[in-house]
Every structure is written in C-alpha cells, then in structure tokens.
Design a protein around this ligand. Structure first.
Ligand SMILES: [Zn+2]
Length: 113
C-alpha cells in the first residue's frame, strides 16, 4: 500500500508505518489505534459528525476517529452507562463539551448506520 518512502526513497514493506531506513512517518499508512512513542502522529480528529449521530454525536465521533464500529461503541456506552453509572455519563458529557462539531465545510455524505 505504501511503496516507497517519500523522504529517502527506500522501498517499504506493505502496511509499513515508518521507514526502516530513515524513520520517517509513511504517509497514507493505515491509522494506528495507539501511536508508538517517539513519533507524535497526527492525532485522530475528534469531532462530532453532523450526520449519523443519535444524540450528541459523541459515539459516532469516537467511532469515526478511531475506526471503531459505531453500533459497538453505542452498545458499550449504554451498557457501561447502566453498570458503571455515573462514569460513562460523566465521560459522555465531558466529550460532548470537549469535542467540537464537525465543520460544515467538511461534512460527509450521510451514512447508514
Ligand atoms: Zn525513508
């Protein structure tokens, strides 16, 4: 998927996220769930999408930013909200406040969830 390092031209194995020769971050690499130390990655953009939200868009935004399944995130949020009350509720409100809405100009087409 990557091909060659854009920094030094070294050939890269498929799915490589860093160049083995110069250590440069390979652009277009698949997103990592957790960034390795020493390479501050571009953080996943946490925004609350305008489409595909059920309530405030926190679950949809988290799922979108980290590549998770939206339905799974919502089920975990609801189940966690029941059994871990009020931990999930507080986190949800904190995310609601902390996550900006998706900018109008970057709206994506409505998706079926
Ligand atoms: Zn390189």
């Amino acid at each position: 998927m990557s091909g060659y390092c854009s920094n030094c031209g070294n050939a890269l194995p498929p799915m490589a996220r860093f160049c083995s020769s110069c250590g440069a971050v390979v652009s277009g690499a698949p997103p990592a769930g957790f960034p390795p130390f020493g390479f501050p990655p571009q953080a996943p953009r946490l925004v609350r999408p305008l489409f595909g939200r059920q309530f405030a868009g926190v679950c949809a935004g988290l799922a979108k930013a980290y590549g998770w399944d939206v339905a799974t995130v919502r089920i975990l949020a609801v189940v966690g909200g029941i059994f871990l009350c009020p931990v999930v509720e507080v986190l949800y409100v904190a995310c609601w406040i902390g996550m900006p809405e998706e900018p109008i100009g970057e709206m994506q087409q409505p998706q079926q969830f």
